[in-house]
Design a protein around this ligand. Structure first.
Ligand SMILES: *[C@@H]1O[C@H](CO)[C@@H](O)[C@H](O)[C@H]1NC(C)=O
Ligand SMILES: CC(=O)N[C@H]1CO[C@H](CO)[C@@H](O)[C@@H]1O
Length: 297
């Protein structure tokens, strides 16, 4: 069924055995994304194709604890994946969720979003040899999630956030009765927190106490729209696991590799964030370490 989406080969050509090799490759290319629920509770993943990308056959479903589902994603697909939490759907699939809700009012999101705050997994799949991915906290946080490439070449690191930021969410950012945490931009909406207007440039988007603390807790996540330090990855020829609540699983595994990530966030003037973080000149260096599963296996 899904093959139809990206193999527009007229059946007459197939019957005549006329299948140019470039067409053959269209049919078999694609990237597998396996969504894994390692949370101790049910989640309802949501998938949204960006405008101009083909909508996947499934745009939302229930995923029981310790189960997974594999999605076949066509080339030239740009989209986002997140988990909905605290959902109530009736037998016909109508209902809503405490976090990550879809405006469709159904299990299937069908392109209708009403989502934040959510931990957003972002994929740009030009083709399987050119895949960019990140985990963004720009629209807040609801569940820990990592993206883990399976084999592949290039900067195939694990992206994401293992830490439960809800547990350390300040009162002013709390949302959904503590099931989610807003970003400072969402909570305050000002140009400086949102890196808009005169703050909307790579060099003028300044760190705040909030963004620094998140970067420290989640060095492999995108914290602002201008944060590209060690948080966006490009991988070739891989398939991917998207693991929700990865620590739950990692705790029982020996394969977790320790790594240290240093994020350098530039600020025009040093300012005291009160968070015990060291400044050197006009640069703010945030060092954190976090155990993440290795990229292979
Ligand atoms: C589910 O909810 C929808 C919308 O409220 C309603 O139209 C439908 O009848 C409900 N189905 C069941 C089985 O309760
Ligand atoms: C990708 C990953 O870490 N998956 C694990 C999720 O948890 C189950 C059960 O605890 C493990 O079998 C998986 O390896």
């Amino acid at each position: 069924m899904r093959r139809r989406l990206f193999s527009p080969i007229p059946s007459t050509l197939v019957l005549f055995g006329f299948l140019p090799s470039f067409m053959l490759s269209i049919g078999v290319q694609g990237t597998e994304l396996t969504l894994v629920n390692n949370c101790t509770h049910k989640i309802w993943p949501a998938i949204l194709a960006n405008p101009g990308s083909t909508s996947l056959e499934q745009t939302g479903f229930e995923l029981a604890t310790h189960t997974s589902r594999t999605l076949q994603v066509p080339d030239r697909w740009v989209g986002r994946i997140w988990a909905r939490n605290g959902c109530n759907f009736n037998k016909s699939g109508f209902g809503s969720c405490a976090t990550g809700n879809c405006a469709s009012g159904k299990i299937e999101c069908e392109g209708a979003v009403d989502a934040s705050p959510v931990t957003l997994v972002e994929f740009t799949i030009h083709d399987s040899y050119n895949v960019l991915y990140d985990v963004s906290l720009v629209y807040g946080f609801n569940l820990p999630v990592i993206v883990k490439p399976l084999s592949g070449a290039g900067t195939c690191g694990s992206a994401g956030c293992m830490t439960d930021l809800n547990a350390q969410c300040p009162a002013e950012l709390r949302a959904a009765n503590g099931l989610a945490c807003r970003s400072a931009c969402m909570a305050f909406g000002t140009p400086d927190y949102c890196c808009r207007g005169k703050f909307g440039l790579h060099d003028t988007c300044k760190p705040s106490t909030y963004t620094v603390l998140w970067k420290l807790a989640c060095p492999r996540s995108l914290i602002t729209g201008y944060d590209d330090s060690r948080s966006t990855f490009t991988c070739r020829g891989a398939d991917y696991k998207v693991v929700f609540c990865p620590l739950h699983a990692a705790a029982s595994k020996k394969s977790g590799k320790k790594f240290t990530s240093t994020a350098v966030i530039t600020t025009e003037e040093p300012e005291n964030t009160g968070s015990g973080i060291i400044y050197s000149g006009s640069k703010l260096e945030v060092t954190g370490s976090q155990s993440m599963p290795g990229p292979h296996g």
